[in-house]
Design a protein around this ligand. Structure first.
Ligand code: ZN
Length: 343
């Protein structure tokens, strides 16, 4: 089969497009023919070698996969050749105490697809059957590949780690990002009022098209003060944050009494100095979020099937042009997702 393999870390890393042996399904495994695979920041961090885990090279990257089952291994039940599937990218063990209670995002033996095992920038991928989720017939492969990771991350943040409610004010940081664009839609569909941020007018326009009623320019250092004006000094009930650093502190200055910040990333810095006084006096919460549970992915695809959640897609690329997608991602000029389509 054809695949794109990472041979050396860097920005750009050394990637090679070519022929590799086909995978074959062992016990409990399936081979999925990749129809589409989304590109994520995780892939770019892995390319640079900036993840805090060792990656064996060469590695086929790509963690946001949709496709068709093409081979079923021994002992696999409930799946057959031709089934349309999405794949949960945090491959959980299915055995630990967290998996046992449906909290796969906290699995003690979590494996990252496209990082610790080969992923979807290839014509086929080998997957443990437990990581498959059925793709509703209304959802096409490209939509699934543009939604299933970032969309389910947002679903986990807004409906599991926090509980967005009708009438809430929600601030979505970086509304043109994969997580941000899904978070805006989930909050709106839940009856919340959404304010978002973006560093360019194109990004802010996208956030508005997705449902944000106001957008703020993060290049303007006073943007948190504008939140106070927009909410009649009250502040927002919920902040969906995935940038970290100074942005997390700015998010606190936007937060209402009893409000919650959910954070799932720290691209702008993982160390911040927090003032605990307002945190406890205003009875606020800072909540961590990581990945998704299996049910979050199921719910994300159901929402997509019902037309409540649509991905913002910047471009679709053929498999051989995967490195160009990494370049676009590094340049941070994307309006929505890059989706690699092998055929
Ligand atoms: Zn587990």
């Amino acid at each position: 089969m054809k695949a794109v393999r990472l041979w050396a870390h860097g920005a750009p890393g050394k990637m090679e497009f070519g022929e590799v042996p086909d995978p074959t399904a062992g016990p409990g495994q399936v081979v999925v023919q990749v129809k589409a695979c989304g590109l994520n920041h995780l892939d770019v961090w892995a390319e640079k070698g900036e993840l805090p885990i060792r990656i064996e090279l060469p590695r086929i990257q790509g963690c946001e996969i949709a496709g068709e089952v093409s081979e079923v291994g021994e002992g696999v039940e409930g799946w057959k050749t031709g089934d349309r599937v999405a794949i949960q990218s945090n491959i959980f063990c299915g055995k630990c105490e967290y998996c046992a209670r449906g909290e796969e995002s906290m699995c003690l033996a979590n494996i990252m697809l496209g990082v610790q095992i080969d992923g979807g920038f290839a014509e086929k991928v080998l997957i443990p059957a437990r990581a498959l989720v059925r793709l509703p017939e209304q959802v096409d492969f490209q939509t699934s590949a543009a939604l299933s990771l970032a969309g389910s991350t947002a679903m986990h943040m807004l409906t599991e780690r926090a509980h967005v409610k009708r009438g809430d004010w929600v601030l979505v940081i970086a509304g043109a990002s994969g997580v941000g664009s899904a978070a805006i839609q989930i909050a709106r569909e839940s009856g919340a009022r959404v304010i978002s941020t973006g560093s360019t007018s194109e990004k802010r326009e996208l956030a508005e098209r997705l449902g944000a009623e106001a957008t703020l320019d993060t290049d303007n250092a006073n943007w948190p003060a504008e939140i106070r004006t927009l909410t009649q000094k009250r502040g927002v009930d919920l902040v969906i944050e995935h940038v970290g650093g100074e942005v997390l502190l700015q998010a606190f200055s936007c937060l209402a009494r009893g409000g919650t910040i959910v954070t799932c990333g720290a691209t702008a810095g993982s160390k911040v100095q927090l003032d605990l006084w307002p945190l406890f006096v205003k009875q606020q919460r800072l909540v961590g979020s990581y990945g998704r549970n299996r049910l979050d992915l199921v719910k994300t695809l159901e929402w997509a099937a019902n037309g409540k959640l649509k991905p913002a897609v910047h471009a679709e690329l053929p498999l051989g042009q995967t490195p160009d997608g990494f370049k676009l991602m590094r340049e941070r000029k994307l309006l929505g997702k890059i989706v690699v389509v092998p055929n």
